[in-house]
Write a protein that binds this ligand. Structure first.
Ligand SMILES: CC(C)(COP(=O)(O)OP(=O)(O)OC[C@H]1O[C@@H](n2cnc3c(N)ncnc32)[C@H](O)[C@@H]1OP(=O)(O)O)[C@@H](O)C(=O)NCCC(=O)NCCS
Length: 181
């Protein structure tokens, strides 16, 4: 679905939230490689991000055309800062009430409330679309994200121990969280 452009002010900065455009495919691939290298809290290592421009254009297009998926980009004073997204767990009627969500910002744009603003907007959209619950996975030592999700009402509902194994041989658990509307 398309998230129509909206403007917010946060900490004296102008924030634009809107859907991704097809001509931003390369920007989004660069972003994925960068954010994957900035923390140990995302799905993969930067060298595992191998999407082509065509793959990414298709990904953007699918999200924009779909009724139950959204890519929401944030721009801070005109600079791309990160993405927040959801995808329905559909595939069958039994799962259609659930939305899986994700968020990652460049480190430079963390810590001043942007994550909270984006998630609040995303959750409002989900409620309006009729979803009954939002779900996510967070790496157990991602204290900032965990705190943020808790503050928005998400509750822990399970842990997979050693869900992540890093190149240095260390592990981290994944925590599943759910927010029921
Ligand atoms: C996680 C992330 C989305 C949070 O967004 P953000 O804009 O940095 O967070 P915000 O500034 O909106 O708010 C974070 C909250 O955590 C709190 N916080 C900040 N640092 C913290 C820490 N080390 N421990 C606990 N809480 C912390 C803030 O005080 C704020 O709480 P409040 O709203 O009750 O005041 C962002 O940091 C990010 O993209 N990180 C890298 C990728 C990532 O981890 N993605 C999430 C994967 S599940």
């Amino acid at each position: 679905m398309i998230f129509e452009e909206e403007m917010h002010m946060l900490d004296g900065k102008k924030i634009i939230l809107r859907s991704a455009r097809l001509d931003e495919a390369e920007m989004l691939i660069d972003y994925l490689k960068n954010v994957a290298g900035e923390t140990r809290f995302l799905m993969s290592e930067p060298d595992e991000i191998n999407y082509t421009k065509k793959d990414e254009e298709q990904f953007i297009d699918e999200h924009n055309q779909s009724k139950d998926a959204l890519l929401m980009l944030a721009f801070v004073d005109g600079e791309y800062a990160g993405t927040c997204s959801f995808e329905s767990k559909s595939g069958s009627r039994r799962k259609k009430h659930r939305a899986g969500i994700g968020i990652a910002l460049f480190q430079k744009y963390t810590g001043f409330g942007l994550g909270k603003l984006m998630l609040k907007r995303l959750l409002t959209e989900l409620k309006n679309l009729g979803f009954e619950q939002a779900e996510l996975t967070v790496v157990s030592n991602n204290e900032k994200a965990y705190h943020l999700y808790k503050s928005l009402g998400f509750k822990e509902c399970g842990i997979i121990s050693n869900a992540n194994k890093y190149d240095d041989g260390t592990y981290a658990d994944d925590i599943f969280m759910v927010l029921k509307f």
